[in-house]
Design a protein around this ligand. Sequence first.
Ligand code: ADP
Length: 189
Amino acid sequence: MLNIVLFGPPGAGKGTQSAKLIEKYHLVHLSTGDIFRANIKSATELGVLAKSYIDKGQLVPDEVTIGMLAGEVNKNPDAKGFIFDGFPRTQAQAKALDELLASKGTSITMMLALEVEEEELRKRLLLRGKDSGRADDQDPAVIQKRIDVYNGETMPVKEFYQLQNKYKGIDGIGEIEAIFNALCAEIDK
Ligand code: ADP
């Protein structure tokens, strides 16, 4: 299986590149942010809970997120591979993902990390907030909180994969197509 963790701060372009990667490599795309938003839209119990964290720019608690992600993986027994987008975001999630995949006789192939500096992220998120309607992209304080949470809680996940020699950093600034080609070059190496 080809199992990719697509990593990067909020606004790095993970969603855009995931859409292109799944088409080329026939992978199942699991975006925890998208799944939470779908649950919020249909007002499920999970959605109501997730919204209370997302609106504040905080992470949804690990046990909730891990349980949901495991359920989604289990729904796709015939997948050729997965792109994990927005997951894992904490060390506990990274460990849980390793254990889940090991129990299925597979593992993470690599972490592809889109590297974009903070000033550019703030610009992109505010721009996205204008047309996506995402409330968490419209409030500069919530955006800053997400960037801070990323720097504090999510950055250690990079080390987790570096220790396994699976971390590949990609420059996330430039043309969408050029960034896509750089990602594909890493995958095809
Ligand atoms: P972005 O990467 O732009 O912040 P996402 O769509 O990935 O957006 O996530 C939106 C929100 O959903 C996050 O700010 C967080 O509250 C919640 N979320 C998404 N993925 C996770 C996760 N793995 N663990 C905890 N919370 C998450």
